[in-house]
Design a protein around this ligand. Structure first.
Ligand code: IDP
Ligand code: MG
Length: 138
């Protein structure tokens, strides 16, 4: 069964929106098969955001993402990778339609509530980065 990795970002945790965001994923029919609270280290953030590590906004992004504990989870279900991205809406919260998670709760292009894997390869790599096999109850 397909799986994806999500991270409820520091803004989501600070606004106490973890329950509201997880509720949307669960109401869409997806199961939580792994979860933990963790504070992301600079080394882990450099790895997780390797695709944008050379961008001028990366230092500010890393500071934001490491600013407080985040909730990391694995969701499972048919088509979960694409569907969770659709529920999130586009990266830039200010351009995300109302009714999407980022459109309803996000702040801007950086502070945008939730990360989700963008394809099967990144999902597999990201799940392995955060969870041991026996921590995923698939
Ligand atoms: P995604 O989270 O929608 O997959 P990515 O392009 O993978 O978007 O970027 C990862 C994260 O980096 C975004 O969620 C956002 O927090 C941040 N980010 C992306 N583009 C920008 C930007 O232009 N300025 C500031 N932060 C950005
Ligand atoms: Mg991405």
């Amino acid at each position: 069964m397909e799986k994806t990795l999500i991270i409820l970002k520091p803004d989501c945790m600070e606004k106490r929106l973890a329950g509201a965001v997880l509720d949307r994923f669960q109401k869409a029919g997806f199961d939580i098969v792994a979860a933990k609270l963790t504070r992301l280290s600079p080394a882990l953030l450099a790895e997780h955001y390797a695709h944008i590590a050379d961008k001028p906004f990366f230092p500010a992004l890393a500071k934001f993402m490491g600013s407080r504990p985040v909730l990391v989870a694995v969701l499972q279900g048919e088509g979960v990778i694409a569907k969770v991205r659709e529920l999130l809406g586009p990266t830039d919260s200010s351009k995300a339609p109302k009714g999407t998670i980022r459109g309803d709760y996000g702040t801007d292009v950086s502070v945008n509530i939730c990360h989700a894997s963008d394809g099967p390869e990144s999902a597999a790599a990201e799940i392995a980065r955060f969870f041991k096999p026996d921590e995923v109850f698939a």
